[in-house]
Design a protein around this ligand. Sequence first.
Ligand code: 13P
Ligand code: SF4
Length: 329
Amino acid sequence: MNLKDEIIKLKEELDVTLVAHFYQRDEVFELADITGDSLELAKKAMETSSKYIVFCGVGFMGESVKVMSPEKRVLMPKIACCAMARMIDVDYFDESLAKLNAMGVSTEELLPITYINSSAAVKARVGEMGGMVCTSSNAYKIIEKGLKSGKKIFFVPDRCLGQNFAKSLNLKSTVIGDGTDPKEADIICYDGFCSVHQLFSTDDIEFYRNKYPDILIAVHPECDPKICDMADFVGSTSQLITYIKELDPEQKIAVGTEYNMVNRLRDKNTYILSSTKPECPTMNETTLQDVYNCLKEIKDGKEVFSNEIFVNDNVIKWAKVALQRMFEV
Ligand code: 13P
Ligand code: SF4
């Protein structure tokens, strides 16, 4: 039996749900019971009744499921860490607050919002301070809600997402350390970014617009603000998929987001907005063999797994508060 059939058979036998993000390799994605963007996966995985969640994605996604459903055993065939999520931890978070305090913005004046691409520990710190989590699908609503507190938003870790949503809400943003005065800003961004979404350039947009004058450009809000400003549409992974599927089949479109996802949508009129192959290296780490190995450990009745997600109780308590505030919106 080949690996794919072995996995299908093991899934049928075990009390397990296989979850995969849109950026996973095709062969892994095709076998998943639940697929989606980070928001959809967090919601759907939490709602399943399976004892085991086998999550093909990056570390913060598995952690979010564990935080929302601590009774479940969350296994990741590969514990791959999102490069952006690694750019901030609780110490960096606190150092940033200290820098802002030194620049005349007190902690009491700030409401933190963390992009879901962050560790559970950072989410917990945000939850303790009265803040919330957001994803690229709901950032607009979450920031709008946060502003109702009358405080400035301290947005971590993605400076691009923070700047892009500030612009769409007609707000003033700043990035810590860029030389501007945070006292003047409505949204103060931490200086993190996604190395994959930084790959799209204004040259790529010009190239496609010169070649096909009627082409549409659609990008993810993790792209640099100058790319988003030039695009016809900016949306999260699911929003991009819906937008592309609803277009006239003859409409050409170039899409600026992760390669595996765009490639799945590709036809004669859908292009990847890059001259390179913008794959997320960590999302690509999970192979069919890893999925098989993970399921086999469950089948063999192991009690200690190679790649189980654990989150400490205090972190669960506060990260859950931050995530729940997001789900309420
Ligand atoms: P989505 O929230 O759109 O799934 O994005 C997650 C991500 O990591 C994008 O790079
Ligand atoms: Fe993280 Fe970027 Fe990969 Fe998304 S594409 S998981 S933000 S490194």
